[in-house]
Design a binder for this molecule. Structure first.
Ligand code: ATP
Length: 365
């Protein structure tokens, strides 16, 4: 088990910087997600933590010890590349015991360790089976067993469920999280799937173009995205963005969209010029009386809710409302925004106008 501290970590490949001055801390026992689109530097960051890639600059500390330039074998970290990467000519027991054999551990001790791991994973009854005929789930458990049996300080997992179909993927992600909760080992998990990150992670780092955009617990990242990129990447449908010209003095509680006044959270930094008004689909209410209107362009029925696409004076947006609300394409409806959930962004920099310090004091009540 280990705490992992990343300080100003950078990785260049020739002229190209894949990871730019990243800093964050992974606490002991956390299930930690590295999230972002393809090519943002997640795998490179994970490989640097594991020691499979050496950083160009910056530091990595594992349990207080600097390991930045140490080899992978000196870091005591298990890297789970792909759950299905097993030795096909060995049976389950041999696959799991392989790392211990390589370490020269005595046979009796190996047997006891494999039995313990098999029990944790619920695979005692298949220990003597060849891996070739196993179901996808069992193959995955065996691959995990091989990583767990070494009792490493931490686990690195790179899109381990990426190859699975949606239903099985959900089942395995629940199992993986439950296993983590039983063992409590620090786990760093790479994914491009924001839902997977939100469901499984204790904390999330959102990366984009090699930089850390935001670092925090899932709810904080969802409720208070630090940048336009994060607000757009997290949530399905993502946050709505309406452009407007405005000024916000510190302590302002309203902004004006097309002549209509809307309440916003109290603690805003000062900003003027091109701003973006951000609101999540579920925080929009439709009524007949609000004077800020939208035209319904489409409705998408989802069972318990429906997604309504609207055009208003400041742009297009999507609202998530009850499936029972009687809304039709072509309707003119009034829009109400839940004031406490509005986020304002500076359009040029993309930064949210709520500073980190402000987030803590927002009145969520
Ligand atoms: P993906 O999910 O697609 O793997 P990622 O976020 O994990 O994306 P990385 O694999 O870390 O991204 O790659 C980040 C960038 O660095 C990419 O543009 C990639 O092409 C580049 N890159 C990664 N490894 C190398 C390498 N060995 N040499 C040159 N460029 C590399």
């Amino acid at each position: 088990m280990a705490q992992i501290i990343i300080k100003n970590l950078r990785k260049d490949f020739g002229d190209f910087t894949a990871v730019k001055a990243s800093s964050f801390t992974i606490e002991d026992g956390e299930f930690f997600m590295l999230l972002g689109p393809s090519g943002c530097g997640k795998t490179t960051t994970l490989r640097m933590i594991a020691g499979l890639e050496l950083p160009t600059a910056g530091e990595i500390y594992i349990d207080g010890e600097e390991v930045s330039q140490k080899r992978a074998s000196e870091r005591d970290i298990a890297f789970v590349f792909q759950m299905f990467a097993l030795y096909p000519h060995l049976n389950v027991r041999q696959n799991i015991s392989y790392p211990l054999k390589s370490q020269g551990m005595p046979k009796a001790q190996i047997k006891a360790k494999v039995a313990e791991v098999a029990q944790i994973l619920g695979i005692e009854d298949i220990l003597n089976k060849p891996v070739g005929g196993l179901s996808g789930g069992d193959r995955q458990r065996v691959a995990l067993g091989r990583a767990i049996v070494r009792e490493p300080k931490a686990f690195m997992m790179d899109e381990p469920l990426g190859a699975l179909d949606a239903e099985f993927r959900e089942h395995m992600s629940e199992e993986l999280r439950a296993l983590h909760d039983r063992m409590g080992a620090t786990t760093v998990y790479v994914t491009h799937d924001q839902l997977e990150a939100m469901q499984m992670g204790d904390k999330i780092v959102v990366m984009n173009h090699g930089s850390v955009e935001q670092f925090g617990v899932p709810q904080e990242i969802y409720d208070w995205p630090a940048t336009l990129f994060v607000a757009d990447f997290i949530g399905s449908p993502p946050m709505n963005f309406l452009d407007f010209q405005g000024e916000v003095a510190k302590g302002d509680t309203t902004v004006s969209l097309n002549g209509h006044t809307f309440e916003v959270p109290k603690q805003l930094q000062e900003a003027s010029g091109d701003l973006v008004f951000g609101i999540r689909p579920e925080h929009i209410t439709l009524n007949t009386i609000s004077r800020y209107k939208g035209e319904v362009l489409a409705t998408e029925y989802l069972g318990t809710t429906q997604i309504v696409t609207l055009r208003c004076a400041n742009g297009m947006l999507k609202a998530r409302i009850s499936a029972h609300d009687d809304i039709h394409v072509g309707d003119q409806v009034g829009l109400v925004f839940n004031a406490r959930t509005v986020t304002l962004f500076d359009k040029k920099s993309g930064a949210a106008l709520l500073s980190d310090a402000n987030k803590g004091v927002l009145d969520h009540g």
